[in-house]
Write a protein that binds this ligand. Structure first.
Ligand code: MN
Length: 411
């Protein structure tokens, strides 16, 4: 079985207010080209189809048009789509029946049948070639928070439910798979041991109890097509049987890695998967300028030197002692005037912050006897390594007085 593994499309995403439909269209054009060349039996999309649960009509139009276009170009290829944490699984499934008519299998969430039992069959998809010959299986598990996996037996402890769920599905496949066909599992989650570095500054940081050990995904698969982490990578210790294919275009300034599609071939059940990455060059790259932080005026000089014809999203890299002037963004935009590059944001490294400071410690009684303004002064000194300006102090005094008076008059 030949599998094209992708995911984390985030259709509809904007970067610092810039609309990106052109980049998404370029990706879908490339995806179609690759699918036509490689002729996979199945395309697996491992979640985060859209950037959010309420995608705009334009985003939905872009996705549905692209998927239908892909189906027309490669009618023999089946498609399996699961919901990620960014998607609304229910919304994704609205046209599930309609998609099914085109060999596009959408699994947005877990459903219970009339007997109140979780319908496990809807997660098991038989992949067939155009002549109807069975090529293999895809077990599709959309995003479920590790604490929300269902209890299939009635007495499985909460922490054991994810593993029990995956294993139940894989056991069902094993029962049906007398021909020893390849088994692929697709899921959208964070697996321990992965490199999450491109998510560290993102609003949705990944880690903690949401990270599950690889063993939880059970036994009996030949390959796990993962979604959630945006950097393409194998999970260490799984002999290449578990991979993230990553996002398809840079979604933030930390996604500087090469984006790619993952092409996987599995001869038969229990044979090692052959993996090949197909690079997806960014239509518009993200650039942090300069690579190392510099004073703001120097950064502006760098921006003026940026090649006029080079398309890029720009994050300005600045170091400063305290705050940047309020017109900094405006000045950065001016510095890029007449160039194709687009100003996005400023990444500021505080020099005061990078200096090691011994944070003062307080007893509860000390906190109680220190006025909020005094506390603010200590915090400011500690945080920025300089005294709170008298003007700011006066403003804080005023705010405190006002709020204090309000609460006393109410009482
Ligand atoms: Mn994602």
């Amino acid at each position: 079985m030949k599998i094209l593994h992708s995911g984390d499309w985030h259709v509809g995403q904007t970067l610092d207010g810039y609309e990106r439909s052109g980049e998404f269209r370029a990706f879908f054009a490339r995806l179609k080209e690759v699918a036509q060349e490689e002729k996979p039996d199945v395309l697996v999309v491992a979640g985060d189809i859209y950037d959010n649960g309420m995608p705009s009509t334009a985003a939905q139009n872009l996705y549905t048009t692209a998927l239908l276009d892909l189906h027309r170009a490669c009618p023999g290829m089946e498609v399996v789509v699961i919901a990620g944490n960014h998607d609304s699984g229910a919304r994704l499934e609205i046209a599930r029946e309609l998609w099914g008519a085109f060999g596009i299998h959408v699994v947005g969430g877990l459903r219970r049948g009339p007997d109140e039992k979780v319908d496990t069959d809807r997660h098991i998809i038989e992949i067939k070639d155009p002549e109807g010959r069975k090529k293999g299986y895809v077990v599709a598990v959309p995003y479920v928070h590790p604490l929300n996996f269902p209890d299939l037996t009635g007495d499985t402890p909460r922490e054991e439910r994810p593993q029990a769920f995956f294993q139940t599905l894989l056991d069902k496949v094993a029962e049906r798979n007398a021909d020893g066909l390849p088994v692929v599992l697709t899921a959208h989650l964070a697996v321990r041991g992965g490199d999450f570095s491109c998510h560290e500054n993102a609003p949705n940081r990944i880690g903690g109890e949401e990270c599950i050990p690889a063993e939880v995904l059970g036994q009996g698969f030949d390959y796990v097509a993962l979604g959630h982490i945006h950097k393409p990578q194998p999970i260490p210790g799984t002999e290449g049987r578990m991979r993230y294919s990553g996002s398809v275009l840079p979604l933030n300034f930390d996604e500087t890695h090469t984006h790619s599609l993952t092409f996987v071939e599995i001869e038969r059940h229990d044979a090692p998967p052959q993996v090949r990455l197909i690079p997806l060059p960014a239509t518009i790259p993200v650039r942090t300028v300069p690579a190392e932080p510099v004073e703001f005026e120097e950064a502006l000089r760098e921006l003026r030197l940026f090649p006029a014809d080079e398309e890029a999203y720009i994050r300005v890299h600045v170091k400063a002692k305290d705050f940047l002037p309020s017109n900094s963004a405006e000045r950065a935009v001016q510095a890029l005037n007449g160039k194709k590059a687009r100003y996005c944001s400023i990444k500021m490294v505080s020099e005061a912050l990078s200096a090691p400071v011994d944070a003062p410690r307080f007893r509860v009684s000390e906190i109680r006897s220190t006025s909020p303004v005094e506390m603010a002064k200590i915090y400011y000194k500690n945080e920025y390594n300089s005294e709170l300006e008298p003007e700011l102090e006066a403003m804080l005094q005023e705010v405190w007085r006002e709020t204090h008076q309000d609460t006393t008059s109410e009482a």
